[in-house]
Design a protein around this ligand. Structure first.
Ligand SMILES: Nc1ncnc2c1ncn2[C@@H]1O[C@H](COP(=O)(O)OP(=O)(O)OP(=O)(O)O)[C@@H](O)[C@H]1O
Length: 772
């Protein structure tokens, strides 16, 4: 925008002449538009197209051509500047949605437009925006004349690019206002000079709230792209707040491939006799006709195998993989597959990434053959430059609308594309819903002979990379929570899922504990769990509305960060829930309470690594025994040997039976160590109590020691004299991030008594056996 025509002369006379020509053009356009207005409620697509080479504009007899019947941009009452820009970009013929909506939009009517994905809706609203301000002779001093709102930042960026293309020869100023950009202060200084804003709801609201003198009282035209999403419950508060600051007298346009029909929603926007334009309503399918859509049943515990096999079989394609809407799942699959090196570049995109990275990844994927793992952040509106060959929905979409938008990333405009949907047996009801919504999807049987199992490799990877282990546990917990909070219980039901098998398929040695799953199963809670549970239930169950809002906000946050602060804090509590589950899993694992029934693996404690890790030296380790350290200097669990196998012995551990046998042995040994730990701990406490009593008798107790309660209760990890206790020098796993209770168990009292040292030697022996 702002590029000036080459012939521009600086002289006053020229400027005057140009202004007068522009005014003439505008008055001609207004006359033309007014005289040939399509009837309200009429469908321009039903009109007979203008004959080729028919005169356009003012005709010999002083009347005007019928632009409602236009099929080419050149037949519309558009300014020369817009027309030149469209021509330059290669746009000649209009798509159906453009033909149907532009005649109504150009004469200032409110429009509710629905058309299939990739059918050209963007031009259908960008052209009227530019034309409206041009005809009003809008200038910098007039302030904000138009606002285009998009639900995601990437889409806003893309809309901004289209606006720049169409407005190339106009003189408006336009700005892209999205979250995640550092230059918000600079933005605040300049936002009042902008004529057209392309923005996400959160960022717009931020300016409305914080930017001095920012106002939109002169707004002429408001556009909501992906309108049904923006009108959805997640954006409700933001949108209401935005709309309350806009003048009622304006033109409003809503576009989406899945349009809202809710009268309530429309009332919120105070639409005036809107034109309902749904060009594909009567079409046989709700999705592009050049899109081949398939679905297959994939048990949850084979999903990763299937996805891996798919990627390996399509190394020359550009593939978009949608996973459950949570960054943990996307991150885990991306990180794990990356380590397994499939032979094609892999990328991942989710709403919690830094904006700069998001933009880089988005543009790299536009240019390069690769696999992009993403959340629904990429589900709507994005038009990847070079065609996407495959859309894989590895996790079931929330609903039919979500499915339609996801598959719509391929088969855009005139190109073809293919999609595949993985459904677990309990999610197969989604097929009926899709078919009822006119989605022509074919259920096919996967070729199991070509399945390349990956779970074994994953468990080895997890042993080798402790950070991946935690990521896997988080992904598992988050996935389950996502399913749990889904609205459609016909399709999403946690109870139907093979939870343990699924955890094993991710390479997890044990199934992480999730509080709500336990509640669903009606299990008795163990002592270790109660403290965590109290946190959740002490204030009673959160009201259904809060839960729903939390779920919705979580989804939005995965898509973009431009949300008001109160919603973000709700979402943080969702993150905390995952951390709590992780903590609970760790506690129970360490206490040996839960054992994986089907997967005879050793108990590998999952860690929450927040604190900086320190290198720990085991001074008690007998000389000559091998200890494996990771990059951070933690001693790795003995199973790390399996993944880092570099001799025949070690390799033999990759054999499934042998590995299971090895795991079993490890578990037995661990249980023994655990018992010894408990004995040591009891002994230590007893010794302390005795010491205390003796001291108290001598009258020293009050000054030097903590209270009785501290020593006998949970304060097992509280040392004497108010100091932190010394830590054991032997670590089965890093202890720097262990929780207090576990740590308490692992702490020894080597400096306390000789008898304890002896007992510890026994523990050392057992631990040592594992390091060999
Ligand atoms: N009249 C046209 N002639 C040629 N190409 C067009 C025309 N209109 C749009 N396109 C191209 O079609 C592609 C899809 O357009 P657009 O992104 O506007 O689709 P959409 O309907 O908004 O899709 P979605 O529902 O996914 O947001 C773009 O690459 C765009 O450049």
């Amino acid at each position: 925008m702002g590029n000036k025509p080459k012939s521009k002369s600086k002289s006053k006379a020229d400027r005057k002449e140009r202004r007068s020509a522009e005014l003439d053009e505008i008055s001609l356009l207004n006359e033309w538009i007014e005289s040939q207005k399509p009837d309200s409620g009429s469908n321009p697509l039903a009109l007979k197209p203008l004959p080729d080479n028919a005169p356009v504009g003012r005709l010999h007899d002083g009347s005007f051509s019928a632009y409602s019947a236009a099929t080419k941009f050149s037949e519309l009452p558009l300014s020369k500047k817009t027309m030149d820009a469209l021509k330059k970009a290669g746009y000649v013929k209009m798509t159906e949605i453009q033909r149907a909506s532009l005649p109504h939009a150009l004469c200032g009517r409110d429009v509710l437009g629905a058309a299939k994905t990739g059918s050209g809706k963007t031009l259908a609203f960008v052209i009227p925006v530019v034309e409206k301000l041009h005809k009003e002779r809008w200038g910098p001093e007039d302030g904000v004349g138009s606002i285009i709102i998009s639900p995601t930042r990437e889409l806003a960026g893309q809309l901004f690019d289209v606006l720049k293309t169409v407005g190339k020869f106009h003189n408006f100023s336009a700005g892209l206002l999205i979250g995640g950009r550092k230059d918000v202060e600079m933005e605040k200084e300049r936002v009042n000079e902008l004529n057209i804003l392309v923005c996400t709801p959160g960022r717009l609201l931020q300016h409305m709230d914080e930017t001095p003198n920012f106002e939109c009282s002169q707004l002429q035209i408001l556009v909501l792209d992906e309108a049904d999403r923006i009108l959805d419950v997640g954006f409700k508060k933001s949108l209401n707040a935005i709309v309350s600051q806009l003048p009622k007298h304006r033109q409003t346009m809503l576009f989406s491939a899945t349009q809202t029909k809710s009268v309530q929603d429309l009332a919120r926007l105070s639409l005036k006799d809107p034109e309902y334009i749904s060009v594909h309503e009567k079409a046989e399918s709700a999705t592009p006709s050049r899109l081949q859509q398939t679905a297959m049943t994939v048990p949850l515990d084979q999903k990763l195998d299937m996805l891996w096999s798919f990627v390996k079989a399509h190394l020359n394609s550009k593939i978009l993989v949608f996973l459950s809407t949570c960054k943990q799942v996307v991150k885990f699959v991306y990180e794990a597959f990356k380590k397994l090196r499939p032979g094609i570049p892999l990328k991942c995109l989710h709403g919690r990434m830094k904006q700069e990275r998001r933009i880089n990844i988005y543009s790299q994927f536009c240019e390069q053959r690769s696999v992009l793992f993403c959340t629904d952040v990429a589900a709507r509106g994005l038009d990847f430059n070079k065609a996407v060959d495959w859309v894989v929905q590895a996790d079931c979409p929330d609903d039919v609308a979500s499915y339609i938008h996801r598959v719509g990333r391929t088969a855009r405009y005139l190109s073809g594309g293919r999609s595949v949907l993985f459904l677990t047996p309990s999610e197969m009801k989604m097929i009926d819903k899709l078919k009822a919504a006119k989605v022509p999807i074919q259920v096919i049987k996967p070729n199991m002979k070509r399945l390349q199992p990956v779970s074994g490799l994953l468990s080895s990877l997890l042993v080798k990379h402790s950070e991946l282990q935690e990521l896997a546990a988080k992904a598992f917990i988050r996935y389950m929570r996502c399913i749990h909070i889904q609205k459609d219980k016909d399709v999403f039901e946690v109870k139907e899922l093979p939870i343990d098998k699924f955890a094993a398929s991710m390479g997890l040695p044990l199934t992480p504990n999730i509080r709500f799953v336990k509640k669903l199963k009606g299990k008795q809670l163990s002592v270790g769990e109660s403290s965590v549970l109290e946190l959740e239930t002490s204030g009673g169950e959160p009201p259904a509305e809060i839960k729903r809002q939390k779920a919705e906000t979580n989804k939005l946050r995965e898509e973009n960060l431009d949300l008001p602060a109160e919603l973000l804090s709700l979402n943080d509590s969702e993150d905390e829930d995952v951390e709590k589950d992780l903590l609970l899993s760790k506690q129970t694992e360490n206490e040996g309470i839960e054992k994986s029934a089907e997967f005879g693996d050793a108990v590998l404690p999952t860690r929450i690594s927040k604190k900086k890790k320190k290198l720990k030296i085991n001074i008690h380790r007998p000389v000559g025994t091998r200890v494996v350290f990771d990059e951070q200097g933690n001693t790795l669990p003995p199973l790390a040997r399996v993944a880092g196998a570099n001799n025949d012995d070690d390799l033999s551990l990759l054999d499934k039976d042998k590995r299971n046998e090895y795991y079993k042995k490890m578990r037995e040994e661990l249980m023994k160590v655990d018992k010894v730990d408990k004995v040591l701990d009891r002994q230590r406490r007893r010794d302390k109590r005795i010491k205390e009593k003796v001291k108290r008798k001598r009258g020293l107790g009050d000054e030097e020691e903590g209270s009785d309660e501290d020593l006998s209760g949970s304060g097992a990890d509280e040392g004497t004299n108010g100091r932190k206790p010394k830590r054991s020098k032997i670590y089965f796993n890093s202890d720097s991030d262990d929780d207090g209770e576990t740590r308490g168990k692992k702490e020894s009292a080597i400096d306390d008594s000789i008898s304890l040292a002896e007992q510890e030697a026994l523990a050392l022996k057992l631990l040592d056996a594992m390091h060999q």
